[in-house]
Design a protein around this ligand. Sequence first.
Ligand code: GUN
Length: 168
Amino acid sequence: MDLLTLNQLDQVDFVGVIGFVFEGSSWIAAAAWEQRPFATREVLHAALCAQLAVAPLERKLALISAHPDLVGRAARAGTLDATSTGEQAAAGLNALKAEEVALFDRYNAAYRERFGFPFVICARDNKKDAILAAFPQRLQHSREQEIATALREIERIAWLRLADVLEP
Ligand code: GUN
């Protein structure tokens, strides 16, 4: 779809097209719709991120928590949606050895135990080795640092998803 068309949609249809870019948090697109029209994809993305930035902490945590674990149970069972399946495959996470799967399990569990939410990294920007290197580093951060990092990664994930559905 092009931006001209998106700008003309009513709120329900607008959310229907781009509501998915922030995993499970279509309220972000619904709120940003009030600011249409958007001149560029960059301006639209900035408006979406601005809604997220001013949201209460509980909403930010709910957004982070909506992300499926990388190489998690859903990924292995094949029950992820197409978007997440594609993103995990882009990082090469769909073809791991058993030892690597076990390593992801341990890291995912340790991260969740420490911070109370899942590890979020933009899987399309990071290959398996970069992700496995990020786990031990990020496990040393404070919870505040990790909330900020997760939200930054989520903004990047949202940008790539927007670019998938909107012509430049
Ligand atoms: N969980 C952690 N990173 C990601 C990602 O890039 N995409 C999806 N769908 N889930 C994730």
